[in-house]
Design a protein. Structure first.
Length: 122
């Protein structure tokens, strides 16, 4: 005979899965991020705290969005969600190629002056 503890047993699975998802990507992020962090910092002039903040934001966003994606999968199924994800990822990737295409001459001059100023400091 089962006792009624007031908490649905499935919530334990949800909590365990959430913790696993939240910390499961730490292995990937920790390994890959650690190898690339020095190069990124050197290339873009970022400090270690800035890089750590970026990794933290990434993991927090994963923790928040995974339950939403789970709901979408339950609602519409994996085929539709995967298809929409592929389309959105493709559109986002293509949009990155056009970021500098709309810069004006003034934007480019400001960027060059800032880079020159930063190079003179070092």
């Amino acid at each position: 005979m089962a006792t009624n503890s007031g908490l649905f047993r499935g919530w334990r699975v949800v909590a365990g899965s959430g913790i696993g998802i939240a910390f499961g990507s730490v292995v990937f992020t920790g390994g890959g991020f650690a190898q690339l962090a020095h190069a990124w910092g050197h290339e873009f002039g970022w400090t270690q705290p800035q890089l750590a903040k970026a990794a933290t934001i990434y993991l927090l966003l994963q923790t928040v969005t995974f339950p939403v994606l789970g709901w979408l999968l339950d609602r519409w199924g994996s085929r539709k969600v995967a298809s929409a994800s592929i389309v959105l990822f493709t559109l986002a990737s293509v949009s990155y190629t056009h970021l500098r295409a709309h810069e004006t001459v003034l934007d480019l001059v400001c960027r060059l002056l800032l880079e020159k100023k930063n190079n003179n400091k070092t």
